[in-house]
Ligand binder design. Structure first.
Ligand code: FMN
Length: 200
């Protein structure tokens, strides 16, 4: 199925928790690195130093058991400092055609070194590497909008690159529809996820 289709895999007759779980895992798999899928661009909310902070990141990889989300970022960015202070985060995904909101909560770890990070760096496109090679940190004040020049130093780029992996323990789906909204929650307390329907 093309993810931009208006055929909504959540809007089905007699939905079950098991069916919804499989559908959301399928859609997260399809969304990885696929910018045509609205779930490829979720919002990450961190507990900022004074106020909650949100920003969009590209979903790079997904695993269902354990339930892991992988994203890439610059280790110099503000979100990394926030995560190190408080690794409890939430993710929000929205599909505007299906009107399905997916909320995930979990603990994120910053991976800076090792085979996993090297392999991820190798997978990045040359254009995606440009900001990582910049000597100027994300968020720094610029005199002109395009001052953010990149150096050819590939090794510097790799050092600024890191991988964020979130282990999810809470999953919530909310489907907005005319014939009645639906809401389901799954939680894991170290073991398998247990799902329940909830009053929308
Ligand atoms: C469509 C879109 C995709 C983005 N993808 C990423 C990404 O994959 N990784 C990333 O670090 N920032 C990404 N950004 C930029 C972030 O949203 C954010 O502005 C930036 O990382 C700085 O965040 P921070 O200051 O909270 O650390 C993206 C922005 C947009 C608009």
């Amino acid at each position: 199925m093309n993810s931009n289709d208006f055929t909504n895999p959540f809007d089905i007759q007699a939905p079950t928790l098991e069916g919804y779980w499989l559908t959301l895992c399928d859609e997260l798999t399809r969304a990885c690195d696929n910018l045509d899928h609205p779930w490829s661009l979720p919002v990450l909310a961190t507990q900022g130093f004074q106020i909650p902070k949100q920003r969009i990141l590209v979903l790079r990889d997904f695993e269902s058991e354990p339930f892991l989300l992988t994203m890439y970022t610059d280790r110099r960015s503000g979100k990394v400092a926030e995560i190190e202070e408080s690794p409890q985060v939430s993710w929000l995904f929205y599909h505007p055609h299906w009107r399905v909101q997916l909320g995930l909560r979990g603990i994120v770890r910053v991976h800076r070194d090792g085979n996993l990070v090297d392999a991820a760096w190798e997978r990045t496109r040359p254009t995606s590497r440009v900001p990582y090679r910049s000597p100027i940190s994300p968020g720094a004040v610029l005199d002109t909008p395009d001052e953010n020049i990149s150096t050819p130093n590939e090794e510097q780029g790799r050092r600024n690159f890191c991988v964020l992996i979130t282990e999810i323990h809470f999953v919530e789906v909310f489907l907005l529809r005319l014939q009645g909204n639906l809401r389901a929650i799954w939680e894991s307390h170290g073991g398998p996820f247990q799902g329940t329907w909830r009053q929308p």
